[in-house]
Ligand binder design. Structure first.
Ligand code: KIV
Ligand code: ZN
Length: 501
């Protein structure tokens, strides 16, 4: 078996596309989970892009051990300086530098000749090598480049010291057989290719990112790049969980192995979805809510007779728990602790007491508390650092259109009550919170969905606030009362902004 290295770029290519700035704490939380998942490389950000990204990469480099921490740069001295500084405390630092190599990138974007591009690529790799021994070079838009030119660039950067060469399909244009052929072409024609690892990095514009990555792996690539849940620029990146499970399920076909702990896949997917606010579609391969649900009578009958009739992956393998205890308002701490343990949460003492109290509040409103409710319960941290708390809320409507909300917030220990009108309860609610907090950001998006299926389901509200400086901040709130969930989501977004300044 060949070793396949898993390079996660959720925090860089994934975050880049969202328009949402994840703060340092959120990035670190995802980073810790990626270490648990067992990825080999975490691309933590693009440090030269903003002071916030620089800080996130620096913190991740300092905190996460036993994993390669990578930072992205353009082939620009200043980017590399900033990246090297951000990575200074990493146990295993990697600089990921590169430049566009297709005609359209060289002529239109960079306005450089092919010779100048080679010169810049080589200079960037040599400069990065002054700081770290592990330098990955990306040949941006490699798939649309002239293959003989690509071979020349790759050959030169390996001579300059690149340890990994990344051959991206930046715009998701490839067909699987063509991408596989390009990887074979590079492997067969770059003379010094044995001195570096070949990496595949695909985008999903035509829905083929996973298939293309697998074709590249089959052709000999030893590193795969992607994101959790496939988040990323435009239609996204390769979904790492799909690649990992394809390789796991069809080991016969690839001859490679990873060191990923597949049992952490489900937890990682949920965490990324919760923190980024990007919902995973129910039908998404591997991590969608319906990925293991058998709905039709014929399928149910088959699965009851033998799982293998319609199941190619056992849910436990990706960490989807098989829970047998039903939780209700009468359940004790021990039952709750057991069910949380099955879901991968290990809590005890005062933390358990605190979660148990929130569990009882929820269970009072529901006949049964399901796994999905528990995930929410564990993720519901209220407003960040509790600097804004919802203390009271009432809505009155007179007729169909107008509503009045009266809200009491506790802001840093001070109780403030106010009221405002709006065209509907949610509008009135948000107007009141704006009056109390002096919020000037505009509401860019508001969604409401039920987390579980019964009529007493827990509602999840998501709010996106756009600030004048362009930052988009996401807030989430959960409650069996949808107005309360909406208030909590709005307050959560405001509190986050206050925390990150
Ligand atoms: O898609 C791409 O080409 C990239 C590079 C910057 C690695 O994300
Ligand atoms: Zn990319």
């Amino acid at each position: 078996m060949r070793r396949l290295y898993v390079f996660d770029t959720t925090l860089r290519d994934g975050e880049q596309s969202l328009g949402i700035t994840l703060n340092v704490k959120e990035k670190l939380e995802i980073g810790h989970q990626l270490v648990k998942l067992g990825v080999d490389i975490i691309e933590a950000g693009f440090p030269a892009s903003s002071p916030g990204d620089m800080e996130s990469v620096r913190t991740i480099a300092k905190e996460l051990k036993g994993v390669i921490i990578c930072g992205l740069t353009r082939a620009v001295v200043q980017d590399i300086d900033i990246c090297a500084e951000a990575l200074r405390q990493a146990e295993y630092p990697r600089i990921h530098t590169g430049i566009g190599v297709s005609q359209v990138h060289m002529q239109k974007k960079l306005k450089l000749t092919p010779d100048q591009v080679v010169e810049r690529a080589v200079a960037a790799v040599k400069y990065a090598k002054k700081f770290v021994s592990d330098v990955e070079f990306y040949a941006e838009d490699a798939f649309r480049s002239e293959p003989s030119f690509l071979v020349r660039v790759v050959d030169e950067v390996i001579r300059a010291g690149a340890t990994v060469v990344n051959i991206p399909d930046t715009v998701g244009y490839a067909n699987p057989w063509e991408y596989g052929e390009l990887i074979s072409f590079v492997i067969n024609n770059v003379k010094n290719i044995d001195k570096a690892l070949v990496s595949v990095h695909c985008h999903n514009d035509l829905g083929m990112a996973t298939a293309n990555s697998l074709a590249g792996i089959k052709a000999g690539a030893s590193q795969v790049e992607g994101t959790i849940n496939g988040i990323g620029e435009r239609a996204g990146n390769t979904s790492l969980e799909e690649v990992i499970m394809s390789i796991y399920t069809r080991r016969d076909g690839y001859g490679v192995e990873t060191k990923v702990n597949t049992r952490e896949i489900s937890a990682t997917s949920r965490l990324v979805s919760r923190i980024t606010g990007v919902t995973v579609p129910d039908h998404k391969a591997i991590v969608g809510a319906n990925a293991f649900v058998h709905a039709s009578g014929i399928h149910q009958d088959g699965v009851l007779k033998d799982r293998e009739t319609y199941e190619i992956i056992q849910p436990e393998i990706i960490g989807v728990p098989q829970n047998v205890i039903s939780l209700t308002a009468r359940s004790g701490r021990h039952a709750l602790q057991h069910c949380l343990e099955v879901l991968g949460y290990e809590i005890e003492g005062t933390q358990l007491d605190e979660v148990y109290q929130r569990f009882l509040q929820l269970a009072d409103h529901k006949q049964e508390v399901f796994d999905q409710d528990l995930y929410v319960l564990m993720g519901d941290t209220g407003s960040v650092a509790n600097n804004i708390l919802l203390q009271d809320l009432s809505i009155s409507t007179n007729g169909v259109e107008m509503a009045t909300a009266t809200v009491t917030l506790e802001i840093e220990g001070m109780m403030i009550t106010d009221a405002a009108c709006g065209n509907g309860p949610v509008n009135a609610l948000f107007n009141t919170i704006d009056r109390i907090t002096g919020n000037k950001a505009t509401l860019e998006d508001y969604t409401l969905k039920s987390v579980t299926r019964s009529s007493e389901a827990l509602g999840e509200a998501t709010v996106k606030l756009r600030y004048e400086d362009g930052h988009l901040v996401l807030g989430k709130g959960f409650s069996t009362d949808i107005i309360e969930a909406s208030a909590k989501a709005y307050i959560n977004a405001l509190a986050k902004r206050i925390n990150i300044g």
